[in-house]
Design a protein around this ligand. Structure first.
Ligand code: HEM
Length: 453
């Protein structure tokens, strides 16, 4: 451990501190080490030095106060090789990342983010979710494919103007590749790949990540080629057309825009818009079924849902559609936990779990309890430590889309149905499966129409 380096456990030759960590899910170990070494400590992943930062104050200082120093991404990990260092999620802090991020934000805005058209698109997709739920009435349903495909369809429509039936084999394969890679990228074999360069060319399980990515790339290639054939320049139908217009406009100006970037970029956005929102919904329903009082009674006209009007506003007219508004509410009861890697010479592991469950920041840091978001008067307050989308220059680029989706899907479904934990399902297991995104273990749900609707 170099001089002036943060403290940490004794380092062993070759393995460094790997024996300190459960490689299947190191979150508990990060928490344990925090109690011994404080909010900032160092670890050696093999020979590689990493600094783990914990707690709201430290994380804020890094990603907001010292944003420019902490907005990079490591470039020597399995995920970089898999994605060929293209796209935006893993791009280092620099001009390519900046140009592509700006372009995505502008284009998403032009395609109706925060506007009515996006809201209607989401509400249309929810009708397919409702159809699937209706079919399950009287039996039980595993909601994973339904939520993954709903989230995938919403972002697919923005990206390349397509939606797929929930049993469509093409999209099933792509979503499966996304979910598998989200686990491999942070899994034990990725640690081996990252810390022992000598093994990178051996046929070991991390090879699956490359295979999966290739499958997704072929899918994206086909979409790009189809769009190139059918597009009308300067009359974009979707994100992909916008990028092709931009590419033409830029010509050979030496910018970072290229067709190769485009393929990987739409995969980045497709992945980022699918596994995240869907796992959040799966987590929300797992808890809601097991805390049925939080689902609330059937809402009547003018009645406050769950007693808290900020959770949704009822639209005017006879058909009471939930209306997304940014005025007062924030989506409430979900706690996705992320582990993020950044770089500043040394790899920085920003432990978001330590913020989202930090003692002293929450009324009930370890409980699923909407009271966490209410003040003494029962009014909504957003705790400062509620940062599931992170903060600073790398803050989630799809935050407003995600919040709109979560809000509309949760509210529409909760108003229409009661979700019940099946009697024969045993005790719920809340321990998530670890990865780039955390996924609840597979479960089944029972759906019952609410009588007043
Ligand atoms: C519940 C849903 C979601 C959650 C919890 C979530 C959370 C996050 C987090 C924590 C980051 C990393 C921020 C950082 O590095 O500090 C991130 C990045 C990102 N998210 Fe999301 N996200 C969600 C949905 C979406 C959606 C729907 C999109 C679709 C456009 C999206 C696109 C992205 C992109 C492109 C990045 C990389 C941004 C960059 O590196 O500059 N996310 N998200």
């Amino acid at each position: 451990r170099p001089k002036n380096f943060p403290p940490g456990p004794p380092i062993l030759p070759v393995v460094g501190n790997l024996l300190e960590l459960n490689l299947e899910n190191p979150l508990k170990d990060f928490e344990r080490l925090r109690t011994t070494y404080g909010d900032v400590y160092s670890l050696f992943i093999g020979r590689k030095a990493a600094v783990v930062i914990n707690g709201l104050e430290t994380v804020k200082e890094a990603i907001m106060t010292k944003a420019a120093d902490f907005a990079g991404r490591p470039q020597d990990l399995l995920v970089n090789d898999v994605t060929q260092r293209k796209g935006v999620i893993l791009a280092d802090y620099g001009s390519s990342w900046r140009e592509h991020r700006r372009f995505a934000l502008m284009t998403l805005r032009n395609f109706g983010l925060g506007k009515k058209s996006m809201e209607n698109r989401i509400l249309d997709e929810i009708q397919y979710t409702i159809k699937t739920l209706e079919k399950s009435i009287g039996s039980t349903l595993c909601p994973r494919v339904m939520f993954h495909n709903a989230a995938s369809n919403i972002i697919c429509q923005v990206l390349f103007g397509a939606r797929y039936e929930y049993d469509d084999q093409r999209i099933k394969v792509i979503v499966q590749c996304f979910t598998e890679n989200a686990k491999i990228a942070n899994g034990p074999w990725a640690m081996v790949y990252d810390s022992i360069p000598g093994v990178r060319h051996l046929p070991l399980p991390f090879g699956k990540a490359f295979e999966n990515y290739k499958t997704c790339q072929d899918f994206a290639f086909r979409l790009v080629n189809e769009h190139k054939k059918t597009r009308v320049p300067n009359e974009p139908r979707d994100f992909l057309d916008c990028y092709l217009d931009e590419l033409e406009k830029r010509g050979d100006d030496g910018s970072s825009f290229s067709e190769e970037q485009l393929t990987n970029y739409i995969l980045d956005l497709h992945f980022a818009g699918t596994d995240t929102t869907s796992n959040t919904l799966l987590t929300a329903f797992l808890y809601l079924m097991n805390y049925p009082h939080v689902q609330g009674p059937p809402p009547q006209d003018n009645q406050r849902f769950m007693g808290h009007s900020h959770l949704y506003r009822v639209g005017p007219g006879r058909v009471r559609k939930p209306v997304f508004t940014t005025e007062k509410h924030e989506c409430g009861p979900f706690i996705p936990l992320f582990l993020l890697f950044r770089l500043q010479g040394t790899m920085i592991i920003q432990n978001m779990a330590s913020v989202l469950r930090e003692e002293g920041q929450w009324k009930f840091p370890h409980e699923f309890n909407p009271e966490n978001f209410l003040n003494e008067e029962g009014e909504f307050v957003k705790p400062e430590a509620f940062m599931p989308f992170s903060a600073g220059p790398r803050v989630c680029l799809g935050e407003s889309l995600a919040r709109m989706e979560l809000f509309l899907i949760l509210v529409t479904l909760l108003r229409k149905y009661k979700f019940i934990w099946p009697e024969d399902a045993g005790e719920p297991d809340y321990t998530p499966v670890y990865g780039v995104t955390l996924t609840p273990k597979a479960y089944r749900m029972k759906v019952q129409p609410r009588t007043s609707n």
